[in-house]
Structure formats: C-alpha cells, structure tokens
Design a protein. Structure first.
Length: 334
C-alpha cells in the first residue's frame, strides 16, 4: 500500500510503499478513500505526541471495509465507515463500563495502529462509525474529528431553548460549530477578526457576525453577550477576553489548545456564576448526530480536496493559515 510516512519530525513526509496490513481479532481493514488534514496533524508533525518515527498520521479517515477480523460482528465487508480518534478501551474498567472508553487507562487510539494517510489502514471495529449513504467520503472526513469535537462541545455546553451561542474562532472547527448551533435552532453569532468573512459566515448560518480583534470581549459585550461561547481559537488572550462577555450563568466551552495559560477575571467567573468548561470528542451519539445533520443537508463542511501525493503542500498550506476551513486528501486521485 502507498502511504505518507513521517520518518522524522519537522521534516517532509515521505510517500512510501508499505506492506498491506491484516486485521487482528476485533479489527477491520479499511480501504481509505479520503482523509482530512487537521490542525492537530501539525502538532503530530512537530513531535508533540508520544509517537516514534516512522509512522503514518491521519485521524479523519473514511473509506470502505475490505476485510473483517474475527469477532468484529457489527461491521461487514463493503460498509462505508470512518474511524475516529479514540478506538477502544479495555472494556472492563469503570470508565469503559460507564460508556467513556476514551478515558480508559489503557485506551487505544489511531496512534496504536497507524493513521489514515494511506491506501489501507487498520481500525478497531469499536472505533468505526457508519457513514450515511447521502454523505460523500470527502464530506464525512472532517466530521470524524472537527465535527465530532464541535458537536460534543455544543452538547457539553448544555444549551437551553432561547440561548444565544457565540462561536469564537471560525475556521476548520468553528465553521461547523456555527452550522451545528443553527441546525439545533439556537441564535448563533460568529466572532471573527476578518470583516471580509462576514458575508460567508451569514451564508453558513450565523444570525449575526461580530468583527473583533485580539480582544473580542468588548465587541461581543456590545453585541449583547452570549449564554454559550464555543471557542476553537488557540489564543489564550482571546479566550480570556471573550470569557468576560458571557451573560450571567453562561458557559464557555474551550476546544482549542491555548498558546499560553488562560488568565480569567476571577470577578467575572465568581460573581456571574459563569463557567469555563473543556471539551473534546465525547459521547458516540454526538458523532452520530453530526453525521445525520450532514446527511440531511443542514450542515455542509466547506472543504478543499487534494490528492495524497500533495500531502506536504497541504500541510504547509494549513500551517500558513491558507486552507479555507478544511483540507481533505483524496486517495486514488491523480
């Protein structure tokens, strides 16, 4: 199989021919059709995860099952699936039995098996989800990380009817958060530093757009504040500023890796009964719901597509901030 291999951190990825894998009991073999390129792939590229080179990255893969290992009874050859980050837990500990295998002490992720930037990949059957027939491989790919993460973040904000939701950081994750919020019938604001994005954010579903710089708090307060802020930005300064724009009782859900410690105003935190919450990919139903909204046409990932052979170019575009929302690699494309 052909794969993009990370042979050394901070160096170009190499296209190599590797032996075809075979699934162990409980695993499936997926012929990858598309794989999304995520900001986390940049962290992987820089060696921020406990991985030893050489390895294959890519944690937004979609494709078709071509072989099923013994005991993987819920999936069959020909199923259209995607594989998500958390693959399996031990199945027996308190966290697994409570339905949270991702926080199991012995949890496995794509890092244990190899990622999806390859023609074939292994996945645990428990770490795969069926893709609705109406959703293409390319559109489904970003949902297996960006979509899953933002839907979990929205659900973990405990939105109530009539709540006002603001999305801070309207990029690869944020543009999906705007659409999920609107699809659930919530008043939705998009907060951006780029005035030229206002029209397209309205088209994505935002009821209004707040144009702000590195200090979004004052602009968001002037716009009436928000009951929920879904934050995908990496800027600790923006996070601290926007937190002060929460309405009393509001919930700030942080889904980005901040570039510095976040210094919250203690008075705003305590006196207004405001809350800061962290969120990543949570319950499996969040992924199911996200895929269903795409299938119904209520959410449309905005993607750029490239052949796998251009993986280094795509990574560089992503690092430079030149990708328009989400990049997807198409396997088998010329």
């Amino acid at each position: 199989m052909r794969a993009a291999v990370i042979t050394a951190f901070n160096q170009p990825w190499e296209l190599k021919d590797l032996p075809d894998p075979r699934p162990a009991p409980g695993q499936v073999l997926v012929r990858v059709r598309s794989s999304g390129m995520c900001g986390t792939d940049l962290h992987v590229h820089h060696g921020m995860f406990p991985l030893k080179t050489p390895f294959v990255a890519g944690h937004e893969p979609t494709g078709e099952i071509v072989e099923v290992g013994a005991g993987a009874i819920d999936l069959v050859v020909g199923d259209r699936v995607g594989a998500f980050w958390n693959q399996k837990g031990c199945g027996r500990c308190e966290r697994c039995q409570s339905g949270f295998p991702g926080s199991c002490a012995t949890a496995q992720s794509w890092m244990h098996l190899g990622g999806g930037n390859s023609e074939l990949m292994l996945a645990w059957a428990s770490g795969c989800a069926l893709i609705p027939d109406a959703v293409s491989f390319e559109s489904a790919a970003p949902i297996f990380c960006a979509g899953y993460t933002t839907m979990s973040g929205l659900r973990n904000a405990d939105p109530r009817p009539g709540d006002r939701v603001a999305v801070l950081g309207v990029g690869g994750l944020g543009h999906l958060a705007v659409q999920f919020s609107k699809a659930l019938g919530l008043e939705t604001l998009a907060v951006t530093a780029r005035a030229e994005k206002k029209k397209e954010l309205i088209l994505l579903g935002a009821d209004d757009v707040v144009v702000a710089g590195d200090e979004p708090g004052p602009a968001l307060r002037d716009a009436g504040g928000a009951d929920v802020i879904l934050s995908t930005t990496n800027s600790a300064r923006q996070i601290a500023s926007a937190f002060g724009a929460l309405r009393p009782g509001g919930r700030f859900v942080n889904m980005g890796v901040a570039d510095a410690p976040i210094a919250l105003d203690p008075i705003a935190l305590i006196m207004g009964q405001r809350q800061m919450r962290g969120s990543s990919q949570d319950e499996r139903r969040d992924l199911f719901e996200a895929l269903e909204l795409v299938a119904k046409g209520k959410v449309k990932p905005v993607i750029e597509t490239y052949p796998l052979a251009r993986v280094n170019e795509v990574r560089e575009r992503l690092a430079a901030g030149n990708v328009r929302y989400r990049a997807v690699l198409q396997h088998g494309a010329g």
